[in-house]
Design a protein. Structure first.
Length: 179
């Protein structure tokens, strides 16, 4: 158990806090929060070498700022497939936002737009470089521009997560352009 580091801890936290809290027998509250002590205790009980110190170091050093700690609780900022209310206010987005994906998904995106799939929202970034990094995780990357202002004018809503990722429910293909 002692070979755990921030990378392994982050993968574990992402899985538990965004998708499967039940796997270690915890429940998130309605906003996606869980007490740090409960998370650590349940993790250790399930053979994971998570400590309060490692958890805090993982949150502090996470380059994508996936998690937030408030007081004695922690939650993931976005990317949930479990039902949570992140209480994020609707905001007007910049003119363009970007989405990184793999080239193998382009035909489906042209037909159906960007869908949230198993998550609660479609994730978008303000810069091409971040989108490209996301796309690389899925294969040969391609970056798509999303005409966010046009979407807003047509009634679509956008939200800005604590870590700077823009969220929306769906991006119809008419609002997508190649970069």
């Amino acid at each position: 158990m002692s070979d755990w580091d921030s990378y392994k801890a982050s993968k574990f936290l992402s899985f538990v806090l965004r998708h499967r809290p039940d796997i270690i027998g915890i429940q998130l509250d309605g906003g996606g929060w869980v007490e740090i002590d409960v998370l650590v205790e349940a993790s250790v009980a399930h053979g994971k070498a998570l400590t309060r110190e490692l958890l805090k170091e993982t949150v502090r050093t996470d380059d994508k700022q996936r998690y937030v700690i408030e007081g004695t609780k922690i939650r993931a900022n976005q990317g949930h497939s479990v039902d949570v209310d992140l209480a994020i206010a609707e905001l007007a987005p910049p003119t363009l936002l970007y989405h990184g994906t793999a080239t193998r998904f382009l035909d489906q995106i042209r037909n159906e737009g960007l869908k949230k799939m198993s998550r609660n929202h479609v994730h978008l970034s303000e810069d091409v470089e971040t989108a490209k990094k996301v796309g690389q995780r899925h294969g040969k990357p391609v970056v798509l521009a999303v005409l966010a202002t046009s979407m807003t004018k047509d009634g679509h809503k956008f939200y800005l997560a604590n870590n700077g990722i823009w969220l929306t429910d769906h991006v119809p293909s008419i609002y997508i352009a190649a970069v």
